[in-house]
Structure formats: C-alpha cells, structure tokens
Design a protein around this ligand. Structure first.
Ligand code: 13P
Ligand code: SF4
Length: 350
C-alpha cells in the first residue's frame, strides 16, 4: 500500500485494483465483475451492510445490499444487526445512521461528500430563528447536520414531510427547514398558515426549473410527470395541471422511493422525471417497458457521485472514512430522528 504523509493517497488491493485520491474524488478503478466480487468479499469480512441512495452511480446501487430513499435507508440502518454500516450516500445520511446506532461503526466511502441543502442552515441560525417564536415546533428535513438535528423536534424526509407536519397540533407554530420548495409543498398539502419556511435549497433540484418542465411537458403530452418536491419546478407542475396543459392526474409530487412505487403502478408509456439523474437507473430497472426521461439531464449531484467504485473499494479495504458524531450532539439529535422513522411510509428499498 503506497502512502504519503499520514493519509493514504493511493493504494492497491489483493485483486490488483489500484485507487488514487484526487481533489474531486477517488479514481482509477473500473467497476467490473471482479470488483463487485471483491466488494462483496470485503463487506462480508467486515460484517458490513452496504446501503446506497437512489442517486448513487448505477454500479454502486447494484452492488449494495439495499438501495432506497432517505427514509427507507434510515429505517434499514436502525434495524440492521450488522456491526458496520457502509453508507453510499452523502455525509448527513451517514451521520443519521450513526445517531440511530451509536455503537455501530459507520463508514462513508468519501467524507467529502457533502450537501448544499444541509449547508443552507447552521445550528446557530436555527437557534436565532427559534428565539423569535413562542414555543415553536421545529421540523427539519433529514438533509441537515447532526448539530441542526440536535436543535430539532422532529426530522422528516420527502416521503413523510406532510405526515410529520400533520402530526403537530394545529395551534403550534411550525418552523420548517431548510428546503423552501419542500416547505411550499407541505404548506399546499396541509393548508397550514402557521408553517414558517426557511429559504434554503438544493442547488441540483432548484436548477430543475419551471420553463424547462413546461417545454418538456408540451413536447411529451402523454407523459406522466414525476416531480421531487425539492425541485424548483414543483409549483410550475401544479400550475400546468391547474391550467390544463397537463391532466391533473399525471402530475405526481413524489420522494425518490415513491417514484418507484408510482412507476410500477402507472399505465403511462413515458414519464418525465424531475429529480437527480441517478434515479433513472432504479426506475428503468423497476419498469423497463416505460420510457423514463430526465426533465434536466444535467441535474447530477457531484457529492452523490463522489462515491465512486474506487472510493468504495478503498473504504472497505481501509475501514475509512469513519463517521463520528459527538455523543452529546447525538443524544440530543436522536429523539428527532426516531420520531422521523416512526412516521409515514417510504417507497421501495425497505
Ligand atoms: P429522498 O430520497 O428522501 O427523496 O431524498 C432526496 C435527496 O435529495 C437526498 O439527498
Ligand atoms: Fe444534497 Fe441536493 Fe445532492 Fe441531495 S441532490 S445530496 S439535497 S446537494
């Protein structure tokens, strides 16, 4: 194993696969059949369960034990008896698994895999926001840091955000953070006037915009529209339905897991998909007869794509990167995450 200084910047494993660390990720490994066998062998050796989010590269999704949405993966992590969880996703997802299982070893193949949405609110900003209200209930999207979760009453994912907000007594102010588009969706669904929404966003989903969606829908008049509620175009989709450009029953606002259930149930022969492009792999596998097309095929999350075949191989051979959450933070965050996994249903994966 070649190393420089204290952190390994390159290495080889027994199969001869050689990985290299670069500023944008780990490279140098082709995801061939031998790679997949070695990943499975190393996972068994470590008593590790491999979890992959729906936005991961196809080869990572295919080699994982479970692929699913944020809610499904959190539940699987909480229920797993494996001593090690390898989270092929972004950092807040691995942190959530650690909060739910502090005694487990949680690894992420590249700890640099962050999230622009999680970065859009800090614990300090949340404390200041709370101070302006009289005993509010804080509902935070799971796409937040452990410190923000520690300041939160109930976490949610896109699968159960509406159910979580409905679980809060009607007379209590709800502070919803950090995603403004998911917040707007929850506000529409619940009709709640005392729901206050933080103005954060995910740069990938916000970039899937209304004009682009309208153009694609006009060119594909028979297609269903599957829209993730984090998208900038979610409101436009409902507007298109409202004005009759697209029949109302063809517009579906769904979490990534719920998209899979909808794909199995729809009678449509084509579907326009507004979310990160990694989702197309699961959709095409679940319903190969349907023509799935991205509303914006540039909507790729560079953080999700940092979990490369090289990164996963290096993770399993080196036992790195390990995710730690300070115990006091984890203890304060745990109740909000446990409330999240007790409410609502995810789609697929579980
Ligand atoms: P879900 O899998 O919960 O729909 O989350 C989408 C997402 O943006 C995760 O980063
Ligand atoms: Fe975060 Fe957006 Fe990437 Fe999801 S797609 S991990 S919300 S930056």
């Amino acid at each position: 194993m070649a190393t420089t200084g204290t952190a390994a910047t390159a290495g080889t494993v027994t199969t001869g696969h050689a990985w290299e660390r670069t500023d944008t990720g780990y490279t140098g490994v082709v995801a061939d059949a031998e790679w997949a066998r070695e990943i499975r062998r190393l996972a068994d050796e470590r008593d590790a369960v491999l979890l992959a989010h729906n936005y991961q590269l196809p080869e990572i999704q295919d080699v994982a034990d479970h692929t699913g949405d944020s809610l499904a993966l959190s539940r699987i992590a909480a229920a797993s008896t494996a001593s090690t969880i390898v989270f092929c996703g972004v950092h807040f997802m691995a942190e959530t698994a650690k909060i739910l299982g502090p005694g487990k070893t949680v690894l992420i193949p590249d700890e640099r895999a962050g999230c622009s949405l999680a970065d859009s609110i800090t614990a300090e900003q949340l404390r200041e926001w709370k101070a302006g209200f009289d005993d509010p209930v804080v509902v935070s999207y799971v796409n937040t840091t452990a410190e923000v979760k520690a300041e939160t009453d109930i976490c949610c994912t896109s699968s159960n955000a509406v159910d979580v907000v409905r679980s809060v007594p009607a007379d209590r102010d709800v502070l919803f953070c950090p995603d403004q588009f998911l917040g707007a969706h929850v506000q529409r669904e619940t009709g709640r006037e005392n729901l206050h929404v933080w103005a954060g966003e995910c740069h990938v989903h916000a970039g899937i915009n209304g004009p682009e969606l309208a153009e694609r829908a006009a060119a594909n008049p028979d297609a269903d529209l599957f829209i993730h509620p984090e998208c900038g175009c979610a409101t436009s989709a409902l507007y298109l339905a409202g004005e009759g450009t697209v029949p109302e029953d063809r517009v579906k606002i769904l979490s990534t897991g719920q998209m899979l259930d909808a794909a199995r149930e729809t009678g449509a022969s084509s579907v326009l998909v507004a979310t990160e492009v990694g989702m197309l792999h699961q959709l095409r596998t679940a319903a190969p007869e349907i023509d799935f097309r991205a509303v914006n095929d540039r909507a790729s999350c560079r953080y999700m794509k940092m979990i490369t075949p090289a990164a996963l191989l290096r993770c399993l051979s080196e036992g790195a990167d390990e995710v730690h959450v300070p115990l006091d933070v984890a203890e304060r965050a745990k109740a909000s995450v446990e409330r999240m996994i007790a409410i609502g249903t995810s789609g697929g994966g579980e």
